[in-house]
Design a protein around this ligand. Sequence first.
Ligand SMILES: CC(=O)SCCNC(=O)CCNC(=O)[C@H](O)C(C)(C)COP(=O)(O)OP(=O)(O)OC[C@H]1O[C@@H](n2cnc3c(N)ncnc32)[C@H](O)[C@@H]1OP(=O)(O)O
Ligand SMILES: N[C@@H](CCO)C(=O)O
Length: 504
Amino acid sequence: MARDSIEPYSVMFLRTVAFRPALRLATANKTAAQAVLKSTSLKCLAFSTTTAGRSGNPPMSFPCIDRLETRQRDLSNGPEPTYEKVVTGYKVYRHNSPYALDHGGILKKFDLAYETWGTLNADRSNAILIHTGLSGSSHAHSHPENQKPGWWEKFIGSGKAIDTDKFFVICTNVLGGCYGSTGPGSIDPETNARYATTFPLLSVNDMVRAQFLLLDSLKIDKLYASVGASMGGMQALCAAALHSERVGRTISISACARSHPYSIALRFAQRQALMSDPNFNRGFYYDGVLPHVGMKLARSIATVTYRSGPEWELRFGRRRRAPDQPPMLCADFLIETYLDHQSESFCLNYDANSLLYVSKAMDMFDISHSVTKKLHAQREKTENILRSNDNAYAAAGASNTVCMNVNESPQSATGSSEMESNEQIVEDLVAGVKNAMQPTLVLGVQSDILFPVTQQKEIANILRKAGNKNVTYYELDAMYGHDTFLIDLVNVGAAIKGHLENSV
Ligand SMILES: CC(=O)SCCNC(=O)CCNC(=O)[C@H](O)C(C)(C)COP(=O)(O)OP(=O)(O)OC[C@H]1O[C@@H](n2cnc3c(N)ncnc32)[C@H](O)[C@@H]1OP(=O)(O)O
Ligand SMILES: N[C@@H](CCO)C(=O)O
């Protein structure tokens, strides 16, 4: 098929110097390979499980089962969500008029948290917008007001992949997030209570449109580049296709042109695990017990999709935390203690409702022309009502309700229209990106099971079919899976720098 005919550039110069020797060593000498990895980007092999009391328990003679601790949230006595404590270091764009959303909802007003690095030049032409993945905050890099390392700390800075000597770099927390931007945990101005699951459903384009409103307020007409990975790549593609006149260059890393059923299934499983927590309380948990167990299960599943089997083989193998003890049903293998640690750490760092809304926006992402057209028409209807009179907000926004289980759905469970042919799908996608003619870098990772390279090829293919003559496609053989963009500075950083500084 045509879309499989895109040959991955081998980008020899991009291949990591640290990672390759580790792989080669792996078959011959695991310990040596681990030493190489340890000395590069993989930090820690020591286990540090955080569930209270577990490591201190006396040896058990029967399989141990994790205690599903619930934690009463007492506002005077932790644990409190740390995302609510992020109070410094970001600026806020305040949008004080109703904002119509793609799926029919309305926000009476919204805030967008953002941070910047570097200097905007005189003709305001050197701005780069970094779009985050699912759980990212605006804090991509440290700065004097918040010196904590950001989530892309090593990729941004003087002389770095995104060079702050040359560019003015902006990063926002997405609409729907929980790090300063309006999301389900924010106060609904209509009720003075938290939105929880009365928050309206969002699309990726709703997030991007909000970012362009921020750019308007900064008097930036056109971005030098729009850069993103994972859901950030979806946003970058969306900006390139739907706001094309405002984007000079695009970088899409480990993203997709439309979410495929496999990734939707994986996110559905996470949401189901989360919503099954008895403390979830249909999303109204803010004043009570947090759905900690559900969040932890959801992030465990997510972490399995973010990394890769080959990486874990090399890092953990089949090693157990206490090899002399009988097998236990709790975290026993090092891979299990790792998952336990990662998911536990995440629970208080991110709002459960944001996870639901943002991951749903990812599921709904589809850059096809027909989908965009439908969403646009839907939004226009709401915008017309809003324009019609000053009191229209209440009438137009009355439908901010979300459906949480199939029995609440007005549609049949088996539902759905006829399957389109592959040709029709591609044609629709090509029409969807017909305006995205900017120099574009599409970067994929061979070990990514969540956004596999077939989806990266699909992006490059539809852009080329649409007539974009300046599409660069790189495929990395890094082993860190989907999250490679957070870890592999050598390869991902070089690709980004090359595209930003050399593409014309
Ligand atoms: C995308 C955006 O837009 S931003 C969102 C990015 N942030 C996240 O995804 C948050 C979650 N973090 C992560 O997934 C990872 O830490 C990354 C991707 C950021 C970095 O990956 P790595 O450098 O490979 O770190 P790694 O995955 O090994 O995690 C290290 C932690 O695991 C712990 N760990 C490692 N092995 C084990 C083990 N066998 N048992 C228990 N804990 C373990 C380490 O002690 C360390 O703990 P700490 O973070 O509390 O200090
Ligand atoms: N691990 C990253 C990427 C997910 O797509 C995150 O949590 O945002």
